[in-house]
Design a protein around this ligand. Sequence first.
Ligand code: SF4
Ligand code: SF4
Length: 305
Amino acid sequence: MPNALTFNIQQFSTEDGPGIRTTVFMKRCPLRCVWCHNPEGMSPHLDLVWYDARCIAARECLRVCPENALTLTPTGMMIDRKRCTVCGKCVEACPASALEIIGKEWTADELMTELLKDKVFYETSGGGITFSGGEPMMQTDFLCEVLPRCKNAGLHVALDTCGAISPERYQRVIEWIDLALFDLKIMDGERHRAATGIGNELILNNARLLSMRGVPMWIRTPIIPGYTDDRANIESIARFIRDELPTVERWDLLAYTNLGKPKYHRLDMPYALENVPLLMREEMEAAWRVAHEIVPVARWSGATR
Ligand code: SF4
Ligand code: SF4
């Protein structure tokens, strides 16, 4: 039986579907969106990170590391990720909790126990479970274990997906999905490839497939300055929703957030939007007006300047 690899389990979530939910953030993603605010969700393995604000330079981590993978420099901790085996010895040794391993394995039994803890809140709020990521469909075998258990327990299940997965995989889970939170980012194929690493044909076809199969959908579009925020792109997504996705109940325009920036630094990953400020409120309202004119269930949210 496969285990799941997650990077977060968020209880009392109100952003990932109706009601109060537990969101399971699963590791691995086929896309590499330059704006991704969960870069720790991209990789298929555990990641070691170091928090400069917590470090008291006790140096216990350096002493216990069997691989000699750590160097404390005046500008911060250098982690030699080629050497690091993510054994966790430095995490245990640090008296200030300045090192942390991102990622945790779960069996289906363990995860179900965790998810059922809040069942009363799901029932009283009309909530449930959301599988998110990264891309949860990268762990389809595990979903095929755990989704039927969720349904047998009477839990509402939402799948938060980027759409870039083979249609055969969606066919395997579709009967257990109550709601798809589906990302539509850029309608031009080449621009989509430049911003995320792949074209969008598969994504658009999977959106059509889910809607054709009657799955209720909430579309999500991140509004990213210079990438997705132009009128032509928003209009084009709007027309696609209006003309081809009859089961869409809601379209969320999500304002660009730079909250992921420190995570890139902690993971030694480059961040393409290093100096990009948040959008202005008027810019989000203008984007929303374009969307709303064609798709009346459009709404927007997120922090602005
Ligand atoms: S996780 Fe293990 S190998 Fe990696 S730096 Fe820490 S002690 Fe060294
Ligand atoms: S699809 Fe989502 S999780 Fe994957 S890279 Fe893009 S923003 Fe990140």
